[in-house]
Each structure stands twice: as structure tokens, then as C-alpha cells.
Design a protein around this ligand. Structure first.
Ligand code: HEM
Ligand code: FES
Length: 343
């Protein structure tokens, strides 16, 4: 949270996460290199390095882009989301190995400098079969670099969450550039078409996951609440909400989370101030609403982060009629204390 900038604390959870990433990468590289050496024993060390790192980077990119929709579909995937940035930085480092060795292998023997050669050795932008595919890899790598160096919360606070999020949305442009880089590269180098096949399966899986998770979100946002009285709408029965958990409702385009804790219900805006995480998918920990993405906390009655933190979200009024919960979607100013409602 943001009272002041603090250095990263490498807690136990982060260490386990990082060891798992390291173990996964090592396992992948061993299997890839082992199989390649069995089926293509003449391969040079440089080519093995270029191909093992490129395919690992692409695999990590698919995992990174799948985590968001998977978490929306099933909360069991949430632990993967907490330190997704570590996966992103790892992917950039692996892709950098591929990019640097690609440049060394293909662009250091001529008269021009390696970077100049990357852009001038092939200028067939008019031909699909000879397209300078390496330039697309370069621009994708540049996007990953910008994302990796701004991944820390220090930059999130200095750039503002909006700018930071926009910058990180460029990952989808980078993904398209990578698809084209590989497709056009394989056409030219006639490397194993298995790469293209795997990439196509990956892209189709990724698009399907995003579409499925997105359609579930859209459905939630378009539930029509029939009953309205004095600005309140009937949203659910109190029994529909688990204790110390919430249900999210989208009323008049406001996403509102109604939490149930210690015999009372409280309503706060669903959008976390850190990176727009869905507070309604979090739970109450130590008396505080805890964001499921990176653990920012808010007091249920005021929407304020507990001192010394300063984030605040809007609060809303609730009413009970029997077991029915009624919600007024007009927001109070962020951090305004509301008494909640006894059920
Ligand atoms: C400066 C940036 C880059 C350069 C110069 C570059 C260069 C190359 C070259 C020369 C090849 C063909 C290698 C061969 O078939 O032997 C290739 C293929 C490939 N590249 Fe890149 N690349 C760059 C960035 C990236 C990035 C950022 C990714 C993914 C995150 C990537 C993923 C791949 C993949 C999956 C292949 C096909 C498998 C392979 O042949 O290695 N590349 N790249
Ligand atoms: S989005 Fe990061 S803690 Fe909520």
C-alpha cells in the first residue's frame, strides 16, 4: 500500500513462487534440450540456446496471459496471480537471452553494427515470405522490457494506476507481434512446423479462455434487478452471501461488493485502488476486506485502508426486509463511514 515507497520484502510466499518458476524453467529446458538432442543431434549449441529460450519465453507468456481469465473462472488459481509480475520479469529475461543470441548469431558478422543490421539486412516489408520478422521480435522485446522495469509498485504509484495499467495492456500488442514473429520466421527458416502448431493451439486456448471469462463477467453486469423502492434495489437474500465473504452486484453501472461479517452487511465499491482488483472476490481477513489480487486491505464500514495506509473506496447504504438485502447504488464519497446493516 502507498503511504510511502517501501523496498520489496521477499516473504515466504514470494520465495516459494520464485522457486517454483525456477524449477519449472529448468524442467522445461532439460526436456526441450534432451528431446532436441535425441531427434536432431547435429544442432549447434547457439541454435539450441536460441530455440530453447524462445519457446520457453512463449510458453511463459501464454501462462501469464491465461492467469487473469483462469482466476475469474475459478478462485483456486488466485495464488498464481499474487506475484504474476515475477513471472513477467522471468519471461522478459528468458526472451532477452533469445533476442541477444539471435542478434549475435545473425547480425554480428557483417560490416554494420548488430542493431543496424537487424533493421537493414532485410527490408522486404512488401513480401510475406521474406518479411523482416526479427524486427517484430525486437519491438515485442522492447514492450516486455518496459513492462519489466516498471513492474514494481514504486512505478505503479509514480506513474498512477491508470497509466501503469495502460502500459501493461501493451502486452497484447506484444503477443500479436510474437505470433507474427514466429509464423513469418518459420516460413523463412523452414524450422519445425510443430512450433506453429503449438502456437496456434496456444492462441486458440488463450482467446477461448478470455472470451469465456469475459462473457461470464458481462452476464454478471447485466443482471436486471426488478424491485426498486426509494432508490434501493433488491439484490439478493442474506443467505446467498457466505460469512466473511461478499457478493458483487452491478447496479446502474456501479460494481458494488456486499460483505457479510460479524452479524452485519457492508457495501463498498468493488474496484481495488491498487490495480483495479475485484474486492468482492476477496474475503475478510483480520476484520478487513482483503483484495484477492495482492492483499490491499479496507475497513468494511468506511472503505478506508487501515492506518497508516491511505487508499479509500466508496461506500453505499443497505437495508434489510426480512431476509432480503436492498442496496442503494448512490455512492458516498470514498472513505465515508456507514453503519452497515444488522441481518
Ligand atoms: C531482438 C529480438 C529478437 C530477435 C533478434 C529474434 C530473432 C529470432 C530468430 C533469428 C529466429 C529464428 C531462429 C532459428 O530458427 O534458428 C527466431 C525465432 C523465434 N523467436 Fe525470436 N527474436 C527476438 C525476439 C523474440 C521474443 C521477444 C520472443 C518471445 C517472447 C521470440 C520468440 C521466438 C520463437 C518462439 C521463435 C521460433 C522458435 C525458434 O526458432 O527459436 N523472439 N527469433
Ligand atoms: S489489485 Fe492489487 S491489491 Fe487489489
Amino acid at each position: 500500500m502507498s503511504t510511502s515507497y517501501q523496498a520489496v520484502g521477499w516473504n515466504r510466499q514470494k520465495k516459494i513462487y520464485d522457486w517454483l518458476i525456477f524449477g519449472f524453467c529448468m524442467m522445461y529446458l532439460s526436456i526441450f534440450c534432451g528431446l532436441t538432442l535425441v531427434f536432431n543431434p547435429q544442432i549447434t549449441f547457439e541454435t539450441l540456446l536460441i530455440r530453447s529460450s524462445s519457446t520457453l519465453a512463449v510458453l511463459l507468456l501464454h501462462i501469464i496471459l491465461s492467469i487473469g481469465p483462469l482466476c475469474r473462472i475459478n478462485k483456486k488459481f488466485l495464488p498464481l496471480l499474487y506475484n504474476r509480475r515475477h513471472l513477467g520479469v522471468t519471461m522478459f529475461c528468458v526472451a532477452l537471452v533469445h533476442g541477444v543470441f539471435g542478434i549475435i548469431q545473425f547480425h554480428t558478422l557483417g560490416n554494420t553494427g548488430p542493431l543496424v543490421s537487424l533493421f537493414t539486412s532485410n527490408t522486404r516489408y512488401d513480401s510475406l515470405a521474406d518479411f523482416p520478422f526479427q524486427a517484430m521480435g525486437f519491438f515485442a522485446l522492447l514492450i516486455f522490457f518496459l513492462m519489466a522495469i516498471t513492474s514494481h509498485d514504486f512505478w505503479l504509484h509514480n506513474l498512477s494506476p491508470g497509466v501503469w495499467k495502460t502500459l501493461h495492456m501493451f502486452v497484447y500488442l506484444a503477443y500479436v507481434l510474437i505470433i507474427m514473429h514466429v509464423m513469418l520466421g518459420v516460413i523463412q527458416y523452414e524450422t519445425n512446423p510443430v512450433f506453429v502448431l503449438i502456437l496456434l493451439i496456444g492462441a486458440i486456448t488463450l482467446i477461448s479462455l478470455h472470451l469465456y471469462a469475459g462473457s461470464r463477467e458481462v452476464k454478471k453486469d447485466h443482471i436486471a434487478f426488478g424491485l426498486q423502492k426509494n432508490g434501493f434495489v433488491k439484490v439478493c437474500s442474506v443467505n446467498d452471501i457466505e460469512n466473511n465473504r461478499a457478493k458483487m452486484f452491478c447496479v446502474d453501472k456501479e460494481r458494488i461488493a456486499v460483505f457479510k461479517t460479524e452479524g452485519k452487511l457492508f457495501a463498498v465499491n468493488n474496484v481495488c485502488k491498487h490495480q483495479n482488483g475485484p474486492l468482492g472476490e476477496g474475503k475478510i481477513v483480520d476484520g478487513c476486506i482483503t483484495c484477492p489480487w495482492h492483499g490491499y486491505q479496507y475497513l468494511p464500514n468506511s472503505g478506508q485502508s487501515p492506518p497508516p495506509f491511505k487508499e479509500k473506496v466508496s461506500t453505499y447504504d443497505l437495508r434489510m426486509e426480512g431476509t432480503d438485502v436492498w442496496l442503494n447504488p448512490t455512492p458516498y464519497a470514498e472513505g465515508t463511514e456507514r453503519p452497515g446493516v444488522i441481518y
